[in-house]
Design a protein around this ligand. Structure first.
Ligand code: GLU
Length: 604
C-alpha cells in the first residue's frame, strides 16, 4: 500500500476507534435501529452472522482494534443472547482460524462430550431405541458444553483480549435487552409446549404464558450474570465451579413442572465430567480443489471430510463447463456417495479408527467418481467403500443411510484488517436444545448427544457413531476457509444438521465453479442429497427450469421441512476490500457488516 494510503488508513482507524469507544460507554443502541443488511463491502475487516446485534458487536471489536478471533468470540457470545435457541454457553461448536502471521490454518473442536458413564445403550430402553423426541427433551441428551472452553482457548491461543473483556458487550446486551424479532418469537412458539414444561424455561421465554411480542425489548439478566461470572472467574466457574454444579444438578434432576405430563428422563452428567472437558486443537482437513486450498473441520465432525471427498469426486468433471442441469446432477451424486462413506467411517477419533487421510485422498475419490452415471441417478442407499482398500468403480452391497440430526445451529464468519479469518459454527443441536434452561442461569442446555446413533444404522455394519464414555458425537458442522496462493479467498459455513455439508458444498461450487458471487452462492436455491431415495429441496429449487432434466435422469425430490441452511461468509475481493455476505431471505435475513463500508475517497 502506498505511504499516503497508509497514513489515511491510520487516521481513519483512529477516528473509528474513537467513535467506537464513545459508543461503548453510551447507552446500548436500540437494535431496531441497528441496520441489517445481508451484504456489505469495505475495508478493515468484516463480520457476518444471522443477527444484527451480534454482527454489530463483532464489528465494534474489530473497530476498536481487536482481531478476528476476539471479534468471533464477542459475536458468538452475543448470539448466545439473541440467538439462544441455536447457540450459547450450554452448547458446543467448531472453529476454524486462518492465522495471517504464519499462513497456517488451525481448528478448535469444542464438541460436547458424553458423560463417563455413557455406553452404547445410552438411548436404548427396554431393548428399544428411545423415540427421538423423548431423547431430545431430556437430561440424557445433554453433553458437557464445549462453547465456554472454545472461547477461552481461541482467545488464549490466537486472540488479543481477555475473555472478560471480550464477552462484556454480550453481558450488557443480555442485561439491557434487545428487540424481539420474528425469528426469535417463532422459535419460542415452535417449542412452546416443551418450554412450558420447565418453570425455568417458561418464566424466561414464555412470560405471561406466550412468546414475547415482536418489537418489544427482551432482557435476560440471569444470562448477563452468568457472563459476568465467566468474566470474573474464567471458565472454571463453569467447569469447576457453581455454574457447573447447577448444570450437573439440572441434568440429573431435570426441573420439570410436577404438573406437567411430559416424561423427562434424567442424565448422568457429573461435575467430574465437566472438570474433565477440554476444547481440542486439531489439524484441519485439507483438500486441493481447482488449485485452491480448502480447509475444514476434522472428526469428530464429518464436515471437512465429507465436503472434501465430494470436492475430490467433482475434480473428475469440469463443473464450470457443465449445463446447469448436469452440474446439479453431479452435485447430488457426489454427496450421495460421500454420505455413504461418512456414515460408515466417521466418528470420534479418540474412540474410532477414522481413515481420515484415505477418505480425503484423490485416488480414493476417483474410485468413487466413476460410479456416477452422467445420465442416471444412483440408487440409494449406496454402500460405502473401504478407503483403505479402494476398489475402482465397485459398488458395495450394504447401504448406510443418514440418520436424522437437528437442523438449527448458527454460523458466523469474521475477517480482520491483518487478514486473519475465523469460520465458527456453534450449536445447542435442536432448535431450543433440550428445552431446559438451567434455573437462575439464563441459558439452555444442549441435546447434542442425540447426534449419536441410538442403535447401529445398518444392522451388521459397524457404526462409528454409537454413544460411549466421554465420547463426542459425530457432527456435520463444516466451517470452511478457502485459500488462494496461501491467502484467504473466502470463508463460509452454515446451520442445518446433516444438510450443512451439502449447503457448504453448494456454496463452494457456486462460488468456485459456477461464476456466482458469494452472496448469490449463499442465496441459491438448495438441495440436499444424503444417500436417500430423494434429495430434500427447497421450493425455489423445484421452481427451476432444470427440474425436468433432473427428473429425467431419475433424481427424486422431497420438500425440506423448512428452508435449508442460513449460511454466512466473507470474501477478500480482488481490489483488497472485504465482502461480508449473509442470507438475503432465510431465517429472517442475516446481518453482514464491514468496519469501513464503501470505498476510500480517492477510489470514488
Ligand atoms: N447437531 C448438528 C451437528 O453437529 C448441528 C445442529 C444443527 O445444525 O442444528 O452437526
Amino acid at each position: 500500500m502506498p505511504a499516503h494510503r497508509i497514513a489515511v488508513v491510520t487516521a481513519v482507524t483512529a477516528l473509528l476507534v474513537t467513535a467506537g469507544a464513545g459508543a461503548a460507554s453510551a447507552a446500548p443502541p436500540t437494535p431496531a435501529q441497528t441496520p441489517k443488511s445481508p451484504v456489505a463491502v469495505g475495508y478493515l475487516g468484516a463480520v457476518s452472522s444471522i443477527d444484527a446485534d451480534a454482527t454489530a458487536i463483532g464489528t465494534r471489536v474489530l473497530r476498536e482494534g481487536g482481531n478476528a478471533v476476539d471479534a468471533a468470540v464477542a459475536t458468538a457470545a452475543a448470539l448466545g443472547v439473541t440467538d439462544p435457541f441455536s447457540a450459547g454457553v450450554g452448547g458446543g461448536g467448531f472453529l476454524v482460524f486462518y492465522d495471517a502471521r504464519t499462513g497456517k490454518v488451525h481448528t478448535l473442536d469444542g464438541r460436547e462430550t458424553a458423560p463417563k458413564t455413557a455406553d452404547a445403550n445410552l438411548f436404548v430402553e427396554n431393548g428399544k431405541p428411545l423415540p427421538f423426541d423423548a431423547a431430545v427433551t431430556s437430561g440424557l441428551g445433554v453433553g458437557v458444553p464445549g462453547t465456554p472452553a472454545t472461547w477461552q482457548e481461541a482467545l488464549r491461543k490466537w486472540g488479543t483480549r481477555s475473555l472478560a473483556r471480550t464477552i462484556k458487550p454480550a453481558e450488557q446486551l443480555a442485561k439491557n435487552g434487545f428487540t424481539v424479532d420474528q425469528t426469535f418469537h417463532d422459535q419460542i412458539a415452535n417449542n412452546a409446549t416443551r418450554f412450558a414444561a420447565f418453570p425455568s424455561t417458561r418464566s424466561l421465554y414464555l412470560p405471561g404464558g406466550a412468546p414475547p411480542v415482536v418489537g418489544t425489548r427482551f432482557a435476560n439478566p440471569d444470562l448477563g450474570a452468568t457472563y459476568a461470572q465467566l468474566a470474573a472467574k474464567g471458565t472454571d466457574a463453569l467447569y469447576r465451579g457453581q455454574l457447573g454444579e447447577d448444570i450437573a444438578k439440572t441434568v440429573q434432576r431435570p426441573p420439570v413442572d410436577p404438573a406437567s405430563t411430559l416424561k423427562v428422563r434424567p442424565g448422568n452428567l457429573t461435575t467430574g465430567d465437566l472438570a474433565a472437558y477440554r476444547a481440542i486443537e486439531r489439524d484441519p482437513t485439507h483438500t486441493e480443489y481447482r488449485g485452491l486450498d480448502v480447509y475444514g473441520m476434522p472428526a469428530p465432525s464429518s464436515g471437512g471430510l465429507t465436503v472434501g471427498e465430494a470436492l475430490n469426486i467433482l475434480e473428475n468433471v469440469d463443473v464450470a463447463k457443465l449445463s446447469k442441469a448436469d452440474y446439479l446432477h453431479y452435485f447430488l451424486e457426489s454427496t450421495r456417495l460421500a454420505f455413504a462413506d461418512r456414515n460408515r467411517w466417521i466418528g470420534d477419533p479418540a474412540v474410532n479408527d477414522v481413515p481420515a487421510k484415505e477418505l480425503l485422498s484423490q485416488s480414493f475419490a476417483d474410485t468413487r467418481a466413476c460410479l456416477i452415471n452422467p445420465d442416471k441417478a444412483g440408487t440409494s442407499p449406496l454402500a460405502p467403500a473401504d478407503p483403505r482398500n479402494p476398489a475402482p468403480c465397485k459398488a458395495g452391497t450394504t447401504g448406510a443411510p443418514t440418520p436424522y440430526e437437528g437442523e438449527n445451529t448458527t454460523h458466523l464468519t469474521v475477517a480482520d484488517k491483518w487478514g486473519n479469518v475465523v469460520a465458527y459454527t456453534l450449536t445447542i443441536e435442536q432448535e431450543g436444545g433440550s428445552g431446559i434452561v438451567v434455573p437462575g442461569r439464563g441459558f439452555l442446555l444442549n441435546n447434542e448427544l442425540t447426534d449419536f446413533s441410538f442403535t447401529p444404522v445398518t444392522p451388521g455394519v459397524p457404526d462409528p457413531n454409537l454413544p460411549g464414555p466421554g465420547k463426542r458425537p459425530r457432527s456435520s458442522m463444516a466451517p470452511t476457509i478457502v485459500l488462494k496462493h496461501g491467502k484467504p479467498f473466502f470463508a463460509t459455513g452454515s446451520p442445518g444438521g446433516a444438510s450443512i455439508i451439502t449447503t457448504v458444498l453448494q456454496v463452494l461450487l457456486g462460488r468456485i465453479d459456477r461464476g456466482l458471487s458469494l452472496e448469490d452462492a449463499i442465496a441459491a436455491p438448495r438441495a440436499s442429497q444424503r444417500n436417500s431415495a430423494t434429495a430434500q429441496v427447497e421450493q425455489a429449487f423445484l421452481d427451476q427450469p432444470e427440474l425436468a432434466a433432473l427428473k429425467a435422469k431419475g433424481q427424486g425430490f422431497s420438500a425440506a421441512p423448512a428452508e435449508i441452511g442460513a449460511a454466512t461468509g466473507v470474501e477478500h475481493l480482488r481490489d483488497g476490500r472485504w465482502l461480508a455476505a449473509a442470507e438475503p431471505v432465510r431465517r429472517g435475513i442475516g446481518s453482514a457488516a464491514v468496519v469501513l463500508p464503501g470505498t476510500w475517497p480517492w477510489e470514488r
